[in-house]
Design a protein. Structure first.
Length: 613
């Protein structure tokens, strides 16, 4: 019965300040030309601390195998993991004065101490020939929280993120003319009052840490036949718990199922619009901050936290057929049918295909859907044929007819799931990242459209347009709207929306509208790929040999707009600009047109020459 103890010490100093120069993004050119506060994103981080990810980890486990019978073995094990909190994350205690009893506690985080991982499994071979085996097992495993989450969660004494609108640091006049969000003084920040300290707080590390946990179970049957062949079928299940999700703790959606502006697919009468009691002005003047946090003074910055609230469930049935290399031939064929669902996939800005934040971070249950990692079907077939003839004997035949090898690979995989997004702050929670769209059940499948405001008759129809909707492009500015037509306050008369194209299936959820489409309802085209490599060997002497190789990826040149690369793991666009998001916006001409934003992964040919001497 082995038992092991491995106490490593990790030393990891690093420096990183997110958006050190400011990140300003506009929805339309007009807002930029008017030098308004950016209506999509306006953030800047201050401070330049050194982050120390130093921590210790102790992993202890015992494991034993019991051979109960000649053909039955039982395996039992128990693992314990303890990983300390990275050094700099413990500096959250610097912000302890900002704590509010019963609401939030800025103490030094405490490491999880209950990470026990039991596991059990068995292997059984029925009969006496040893050609069939049945294996099953279950267990728990734990992961660690990567340093990037700590880098983005520093206390205001070391770093803070300022967002506009909503901060006193936002220029009162022209945004860019005023320098945008101004940088801070640097160094260790101090605050005159607790109110100032809370106002500057933009991050929170959960005090009672929970490590991401997986519960896994599997059952498989394997059988060997005809000496060279092995067939296997297995079921695999995994449940992910305490997965990190990026949450803004102090904001909430103003728009709810009972408090929203309707989106009509059939335009109502003007009389019906005039009688509406709820308008956009009323909605945008409601407080998007959670009352308890607002009352405590956490209302000048977004209080971002990576909470262990997300979860996932995976079920997979896999079949595989192997032929070991013999007589110059080898083959591996595999098929998997699986389903992966989750309520959060990307906790940082690692993809635009699925938002890093939920539409409503305080209710992740509404985001439970197909994961962007869900590929329902996957089939692969790889073959190696090394022509076995003429390897010995006549040199002429060996170097002409013999010495050939070919290795084709075929891959089919169900398409990538992506989320249709409105691209604006539809639910008025001061966050555009997760806002989704509206479903028109009678619309043509996969088509999209923007929506236009419907106004009370007090507003001339010429002014009731998206271009004049907020005039300043800033839905949080109260009172009169600068840039509006003289004597007209458009926003106070917007009572609903209508699609530009009533035959579209996906509609933009405009400001104050209620999104009805879930996560990941659009699917890209599948991978349907053939790769081939071939080589020819020339034997000149016993020591001197030449090998010529030709390989082709996507040899049939199928256009495959899959949101990434077929045969590589590098990012789709190393110089990321975010234009890929255009295919997710219903009001964009590229909506649901991946060919407009992704590479077709065209055929690639490579030649190689290798000389042995």
């Amino acid at each position: 019965m082995p038992a092991y103890l491995d106490p490593p010490k990790i030393i990891a100093p690093q420096t990183f300040t997110q958006r050190v120069r400011g990140d300003y993004e506009y929805i339309d050119t007009l807002s930029y030309l008017q030098d308004a506060v950016p209506d999509y994103l306006a953030e800047r981080s201050n401070g330049d601390p050194v982050y120390y990810g130093d921590q210790s980890a102790i992993y202890w486990y015992v494991n034993d195998n019991w051979r109960i019978r000649r053909n039955l073995t039982l395996n039992l094990g128990l693992r314990y993991e303890y990983t300390t909190i990275p050094f700099t994350q413990r500096s959250q205690a610097l912000n302890s004065a900002a704590s509010v009893p019963g609401l939030i506690n800025f103490a030094a985080p405490q490491a999880a101490k209950n990470n026990w991982g039991p596991r059990i499994g068995f292997a059984y071979s029925p009969g006496t020939d040893g050609r069939t085996s049945i294996r099953a097992g279950a267990g728990m495993a734990y992961d660690v929280l990567f340093d990037n989450l700590g880098l983005l969660s520093l206390p205001p004494q070391l770093s803070s993120t300022i967002d506009c609108p909503g901060s006193a640091s936002c220029p009162a006049g022209g945004f860019l003319a005023g320098g945008g969000i101004l940088p801070g003084p640097g160094g260790i920040a101090t605050f005159a009052t607790v109110a100032d300290q809370r106002a500057a707080t933009s991050a929170f590390v959960p005090v009672n840490q929970k490590s991401p946990k997986s519960i896994d179970w599997t059952l498989g049957i394997q059988h060997t036949f005809w000496s060279d062949f092995t067939a296997e079928i297995r079921y695999v299940g995994t449940r992910g718990i305490h997965l990190p999700a990026q949450i803004r703790l102090n904001t909430q959606s103003v728009v709810t199922p009972t408090n929203f502006l309707p989106t009509y697919t059939t335009a109502p009468s003007q009389a019906a619009l005039d009688s509406s009691t709820l308008d956009l002005n009323t909605l945008e003047n409601e407080n998007p901050f959670v009352p308890a946090y607002d009352a405590a003074g956490f209302n000048s910055s977004f209080l971002t936290s990576y909470q262990p609230w997300a979860s996932s469930t995976y079920h997979g049935l896999a079949a595989q057929l192997n032929k070991r290399f013999s007589h110059g031939f080898q083959m591996v064929g595999a098929y998997t049918y699986s389903h992966l669902i989750d309520d959060a996939t990307a906790e940082v800005f690692s993809t635009v295909l699925s938002p890093r934040r939920s539409q409503d971070g305080l209710n992740l249950n509404r985001d439970f859907a197909n994961s962007i990692l869900d590929h329902r079907h996957r089939f692969t077939l790889s073959i190696v044929y090394d022509e076995p003839f003429f390897k010995n004997g006549n040199a002429f035949l060996r170097n002409t007819v013999g010495g050939w090898e070919i290795a084709p690979i075929y891959t089919y995989q169900s398409g990538q799931w992506v989320t249709a997004q409105s691209g604006i702050d539809s639910n008025l929670n001061l966050d555009t990242a997760g806002d989704r769209t509206i479903l028109n059940p009678s619309g043509a499948k996969g088509t999209g459209s923007g929506t236009n405001p419907l106004c009370r008759s007090a507003v001339p129809s010429a002014t009731c347009t998206n271009a004049n909707l907020f005039c300043t492009g800033d839905p949080t500015v109260d009172g009169a709207k600068s840039g509006c037509p003289v004597g007209v306050n458009v926003i106070g008369n917007v009572v609903g929306y209508a699609p530009v194209n009533a035959n579209a299936q996906y509609l933009t959820a405009n400001y104050g509208a209620l999104a009805t489409v879930g996560r990941n309802t659009l699917q890209l085209k599948p991978i349907n790929d053939v790769d081939v490599s071939a080589l020819k060997r020339f034997v000149i002497t016993e020591r001197f040999k030449v090998e010529f190789r030709a390989s082709a990826t996507n040899v049939l040149n199928h256009a495959q707009y899959v949101g990434g690369y077929l045969n590589d793991v590098q990012p789709q666009n190393p110089a990321f600009t975010g234009f890929q998001k255009n295919m997710l916006l219903p009001n964009n001409s590229s909506f649901n047109q991946p060919s407009q934003v992704f590479s077709s992964n065209p055929r690639v040919l490579q030649l190689a020459l290798k000389i042995f001497f």
